[in-house]
Unconditional design. Sequence first.
Length: 332
Amino acid sequence: MADDIVLLFVGRTGNGKSSTANSVIGEKFFSTGKLYDEKRVEQTKTKKVDGFKMTVVDGTDIGDTGSDMNGDLQDTIRKAETAVQLCESGFNALIFVLTYGTRFTKQEKDAVDLIKSLFGKDIFRRFGIIVMTRGDQFEMDTEDEPKTFDQWCQEQTGDIRSLFQECDYRLVLFDNKTKDNQVLSRQREVLLRFVQRDKRYSSKDFNDAESGRKDIRLLHEFSETERESKALMEKIDSVIGHKKSKEPLNHLTDLYDQTTRYENDVLKKFQGCSYAQGLLNNFSLKKMALNMKIKEMKAVDITSSGESAPRSKSSAPRNKSSTTKSNTCTIL
Ligand SMILES: Nc1nc2c(ncn2[C@@H]2O[C@H](COP(=O)(O)OP(=O)(O)O)[C@@H](O)[C@H]2O)c(=O)[nH]1
Ligand SMILES: [Mg+2]
C-alpha cells in the first residue's frame, strides 16, 4: 500500500493535466492539447514508476469552470463521481494543475471553489498539491535574473498566495516539454515528496462532501430560474421603460402576478441563498414599477370613464375595465 500511489489530476482545461500525468508515468498515454475532444472522459493508467505502482487519473474537465459554468456543472459533478469511482481505494493526492506565466484569474479562483464544493472544503489543505506547468517558460524567464521556483512562489500575492498557503506550499514546477529524463525524474521526485503515503481521500470523504454538491445542484437550478425569468423581466422593462407604451391594463396585472409567482418560487426553493437576493430585489423593483404604472393607468381610466373600478383578487390592484371596454391605455 505504501508503494501504491493514486493521483487525481484536476484543473482547468488547457492547463496541462494530461501532459503532467504523462510526464509522471513517463509515457504519452493521455491525449493532450485537445480542448474540444469528443471523447473527453476520465481515464486512468497504472504503471510501475521509480519502484512505485503509480495510478494517475486524468480528471478531464473537473475544475474547469469554462465559459458556461452553470451549464456544465451537472456534468462536472458526474465527472467527479466517476473519478472517485476510478480511484477505487481512494487517492493520495489531488493534483491541481496551473500554468506558469498566466495570471491567476477569477476563473482559476472559481475552479478552486468548485473543487472544494465537489470534494470538500478541506481538500486542498489535506490532499492538495499544485503543479505549475510550463517549467520551460520559467527557465527562460529566469535566465537573466536568476530566481528559484521557491522564491517565485513566495513572491506571489492575493488569491494565488492564499491557495499556496492552503496547500502549505506543496508546489512543483513541471516542464512537460523536456526530453531530458533527469529533469523528468527530478520533477517526479519533488512531486512524490509531497504525496502522503499513509492517508487517502476515500469514498467516505466524498460522501461527507455531498452537501457541497447539493449546493452546486441548487445553484444550477437557480440559474435555470434566473434564465426563465429573464424574458419576463425584459418584458416588464419594455413596458415600464417606454413613456408612450401602449399596454392593456390586464397585461400589466398579469405581468405583476407572474412576477409574484416567480418571487414565491425563489423564496420557497432558495431561501437563505445569498446569490438569490439580487433576483429577489429585482422582482421587488419590477413589481413596484408595475404597481405605479397600474395606478397611473387606473387614474387615467377613472378620469376618462368617470366611474370607480372594482378591486380584483390579485395582489396588484386590478381594474375591471382593463379587461373589458377600455382595454388599451397610453402610459404617459
Ligand atoms: N511549453 C509547454 N507547454 C505545455 C506544458 N505542459 C502542457 N503544455 C501544453 O499545453 C497544452 C494543454 O495541455 P494538456 O495536457 O492537454 O492540458 P489539459 O487540458 O489540462 O489536459 C498542450 O498544447 C500542451 O502541449 C509545458 O510544461 N510546457
Ligand atoms: Mg486533458
